[in-house]
Write a protein that binds this ligand. Structure first.
Ligand code: SAH
Ligand code: SF4
Length: 384
């Protein structure tokens, strides 16, 4: 029988599962406490559960963790972590320190199906969406004792590999775990989800009422240009997207972040700035300008610094909060649009099957870590 990953489950799911096994309701909270407050990665660690119960649960449940394959540090302090999933796929997570803040940038998919022309993640297409556990574990891997010493975070952005709303269930369930009292208890105001604008999903995301911040990648002021650089615009043109943004439920003082990747001579002209001001009417927003991080195989260029400055000034002069987001971690390809899963290893399974835990101390693992975790997954599937 396939084992269920505890980190994929909501409190209620665990309670139902335990009730079926004739266990009292409080056991579900007890399990979550072990998984999220004490970072237990094995049922055997949950010492206040009776041993026979642990044995029985072990036949149905396990706790997944990510395997760290590689870690790189930028000259600006940004760090990039390449994690291996149980099936051998790889994802990247970025840690961005800035002043007294430190932001974790999580991935929601292996690759991406949306196909934005300026983004490296798009180039491999979509391999698969992440399970909630695989999203949550990116955050938890910075909290697991003894694993990543000294790394604390203040904010989480869903801006890594993938389109969060194309993995709607994975994203929503992960956010519930991250924000629940029984989970990680992180304030939703410290979480931002960025989307390329899947409008129907955006509406559903609003109805899910998660109270997190929303960022929308607009990136153009005319449908012709947006369709050229973001094919999703054919399905959901600018006006449709902005109407959904205006209808999106916001708390008092909460604003939508409109992201705008600046491409030289494509969307960085004064005419664009003027149109952008008009488009923003009636929308509680701030604008993040992202000068393109140039990537191989893409015909677009980064604008000149003066152009970026002029663009920002125009917005500011017309009463719009506009920030230029400095690229972080470009030297280690950790900046926006530069994330791309590494090639899947083709080596044969050689590792001893073992629990797929993150190595300690953090060190380059090479491909072996992947092989080991895949072997562990195979073992799990064979159990029961
Ligand atoms: N898929 C989501 C979130 C991940 S991309 C989205 O598109 O919103 C996060 C941000 O990086 C988006 O605003 C996107 O427009 C931006 N981005 C993508 N490629 C980039 C590049 N090469 N340079 C600068 N920003 C880029
Ligand atoms: Fe996907 Fe976002 Fe990259 Fe577009 S910018 S391809 S939606 S990750």
């Amino acid at each position: 029988m396939l084992l269920t990953d505890l980190r994929d489950l909501q409190l209620q799911d665990i309670a139902t599962l335990l009730a079926e096994a004739g266990e009292p309701g409080f056991r579900a909270t007890q399990l979550c406490h072990w998984v999220y407050k004490r970072q237990a990665t094995s049922l055997q660690h949950m010492t206040d559960l009776p041993e026979p119960l642990r044995q029985r649960l072990q036949e149905r449940l396990y706790v997944s963790t990510l395997t760290l394959v590689r870690q790189q540090r930028s000259t600006d302090g940004t760090e990039k972590f390449l994690f291996c999933l149980e099936d051998g796929n790889q994802i990247e997570t970025v840690l961005i320190p800035a002043g007294d803040k430190c932001t974790i940038c999580v991935s929601t998919q292996v690759g991406c199906a949306i196909g934005c022309r300026f983004c490296l993640t798009a180039q491999g297409g979509l391999v698969r969406s992440l399970r909630p556990a695989e999203i949550v574990s990116q955050v938890l891997s910075f909290q697991e004792p003894g694993k990543t010493p000294g790394r604390t975070f203040t904010n989480i952005v869903f801006m890594g590999m993938g389109e969060p709303l194309d993995n709607f269930q994975g994203t929503v369930q992960a956010i519930r775990i991250l924000t629940a009292d029984w989970g990680l208890g992180i304030s939703p105001r410290r979480i931002t989800v960025s989307t390329s604008g899947l409008v129907r999903r955006l509406e559903a995301f609003g109805r899910a009422d998660l109270k997190v911040n929303l960022a929308v990648s607009l990136n153009a002021t005319t449908d012709a240009v947006r369709t050229q650089i973001m094919p999703i615009n054919k399905a959901y043109p600018i006006e449709t997207l902005l109407a959904a943004c205006r209808a999106f439920p916001l708390a008092i003082r909460q604003r939508i972040t409109v992201e705008y990747v600046l491409l030289r001579d494509v969307n960085d002209t004064l005419a664009d700035a003027k149109r952008l001001v008009k488009l923003m009417q009636g929308l509680r927003c701030k604008i993040n300008l992202l000068p393109l991080n140039e990537i191989p195989g893409v015909p677009y260029r980064r604008p000149r610094d003066e152009t970026v400055q002029q663009f920002q000034n125009y917005l500011l002069q017309h009463g719009i909060s506009a920030f230029v987001r400095q690229s972080r971690g470009r030297d280690i390809s950790a900046a926006c649009g530069q994330l791309r899963f590494a090639e899947r290893t083709t080596k044969r399974l050689t590792g001893q099957a073992s629990q797929a835990t993150m190595p300690s101390p953090l060190a380059a693992q090479g491909e072996q870590g992947c092989e080991t975790s895949r072997a562990a997954a195979t073992l799990r599937e064979g159990k029961g």
